[in-house]
Design a protein around this ligand. Sequence first.
Ligand SMILES: NC(=O)c1ccc[n+]([C@@H]2O[C@H](COP(=O)([O-])OP(=O)(O)OC[C@H]3O[C@@H](n4cnc5c(N)ncnc54)[C@H](O)[C@@H]3O)[C@@H](O)[C@H]2O)c1
Length: 494
Amino acid sequence: MTTVGVVGSTECGRHIIELTAGVRTPLSQGGMTITPKFRSPQAEDLWRKIKSRTARIGVVGLGYVGLPLAVEFGHAGFNVIGIDVNRQRCDAVNRGESQIQDVPAVAVAELVDSGRLRAVSEMHAVDQLDTVSICVPTPLRKTKDPDLSHVISAAEAVRQYLSPGMLVILDSTTYPGTTEEVVRTILEETGLKAGSDFFLAFSPERIDPGNEVWNTKNVPKVVGGLTTDCSALAAALYGSSIDQVVEVSSPRTAEMVKLLENTFRAINIGLVNEIALMCDRIGINVWEVIDAAATKPFGFMPFYPGPGLGGHCIPIDPFYLSWKVKEVGFEARFIELAGHVNGAMPHHVLTKISDALNEHGKSVKGARVFVMGVAYKPEVNDVRESPALDVMALLLEKGACVRYHDPLVPRIYGDLWTGKQDMESVPYSREEVASADCVVVLTAHKSFDYSNLASDARLVVDTRNAIKSLAPNVFKLGAPNPSTAAASSEGGIS
Ligand SMILES: NC(=O)c1ccc[n+]([C@@H]2O[C@H](COP(=O)([O-])OP(=O)(O)OC[C@H]3O[C@@H](n4cnc5c(N)ncnc54)[C@H](O)[C@@H]3O)[C@@H](O)[C@H]2O)c1
């Protein structure tokens, strides 16, 4: 039986399909919209409201995921209420500002001015809604166990105002079973039944902050509803504002889809980090190896080593899965191993810096280290879980004097990292570079100019292959140290 369907937007006049127990039913033929066969009249009523854009849409959590989603709903013609416990965030939205880099302030301002978007911090706004998309954080506890407190408090708040016919969709990344075991249980405490009195689905967000090509609108959205009515409604809602919707058979499947995607990344990054360490040890340049391997037109996808994993997703989400499968006595060995390898990378970078300083007759203690880039990845201003912060904290612990430059991160707050101190980005200058005992490239923003870095700096440790040429004072992660490389490349290609 087929379990995946693709549902397009009716407005595009494309061929639309719905999946009902494995049978694909056309929803649109020759530009004419066909109403799916709903079991519940309330579902059909909501479907009509979605199609006519009269459904009142709510997004709970206006962060990296929720704000872009709210904006897409607004662009599709809905009236949207964003709900966030952070009053300042709501005030900013209502002033037409965007705190999310990928969402232009002008887009927020236009929607606010036209009355299509409004942000509130009081949950009773749910009372006025037909649909609620929950986009709240899902971090890990220190023990690496899932912290569902935000999902639970959002679901409990929705429960107070849940009304018959409402559609609730969880978008936060989480372990398989959360929608049914946690959210459904909380919402059904009202006495209303999921699937008949109200509708429930899971739809993972796949946004990639800083990506100039792929965004909330053009990345296909996976949806999995509790029942076929739930799925059809979630697909209709997201299909109204997102280019392509991929329907799967259940919320658990949709939850697992997201964890497969992020586990795939975490494990492949772990693999390439380990290959980098091997190359380092046996005197091969891993960057050259990856570039050459990537010329294979099939069966290989390049991943790149670095100082570790960062962001709110890749270092965290796989542990939601490994935690969940422990319940059934399953040990997620790949996930644990990748976590181990990736988690050790900041320590390897510290060793590289220490080796480089050592070759220049210096110790880490007392060394002036200038860090370039602290965001968790290029072109973002987000430092959550950033490995750059881990490297900086290790350097401080060893007595180095650390300064950093990151045009996207003007300040690091002491309470948000293990280094514990507030730090400010210092402007980039050739003098700053020249005065450092070691410059460390940890995040390679495109705006950085590396052309003079090797000649201006006494020593560079490059964890991102930002400096393409070999130089006697450039130490690269995953490559032999310059003196070894010079000796072994005599007669070879440099
Ligand atoms: N950031 C990403 O790149 C990304 C990508 C894909 C998926 N996700 C997932 O999406 C979810 C949200 O992540 P994010 O990066 O948008 O988080 P975020 O921290 O940027 O935003 C979450 C927002 O939710 C608000 N919030 C928290 N609890 C709330 C509650 N009970 N009621 C109302 N508002 C509440 C917070 O104040 C915050 O503004 C997470 O599960 C994350 O794993 C994130």
